[in-house]
Design a protein around this ligand. Structure first.
Ligand SMILES: [Fe+2]
Length: 137
């Protein structure tokens, strides 16, 4: 059973972003599997690295899309700030895991999952509506 299951309710109505969000879900599931099956810390860290890197790739792509399509500036700033906050938190967790000072726990994973789900369902859907109104999907 996957840890986080993609469904239509997570669609923001923009194909490229839905695909990237789907990939985030997959990477989160990979990390869950790595922890659940008790893989060695190095293996878990490598899986975690994949997620940390992709989160950044995705946020950059999303922000570019919003800038290009003139998403209202104050909302863009707020959105970028949410991204930056998560990147900071996820990097702290990643560094701890990498140094071995903490193992990647289900608690960390829950935090990540909840953040991703809430961000998509609330913040990302807002730009989806905006872009759709400009004929972009
Ligand atoms: Fe976002």
């Amino acid at each position: 059973m996957a840890y986080v299951v993609w469904s239509k309710e997570y669609s923001v109505g923009i194909k490229s972003m839905d695909e990237q969000h789907y990939k985030l879900f997959e990477l989160t599931n990979n990390l869950y599997e790595a922890i659940k099956t008790g893989r060695k810390n190095e293996a878990v860290v490598e899986t975690f690295r994949g997620l940390v890197e992709y989160v950044q790739v995705h946020f950059t792509a999303e922000e570019k899309l919003l800038e290009k399509n003139e998403f209202p500036f104050n909302q863009l700033l707020k959105h970028k700030q949410e991204h930056r906050d998560l990147i900071m938190e996820i990097k702290v967790l990643f560094e701890k895991a990498k140094s071995g000072s903490a193992i990647v726990s289900f608690e960390m994973l829950n935090f990540l999952r909840n953040w991703i789900i809430t961000h998509i369902a609330e913040s990302d859907k807002r730009y989806g509506t905006f872009l759709n109104s400009k004929g972009i999907s």
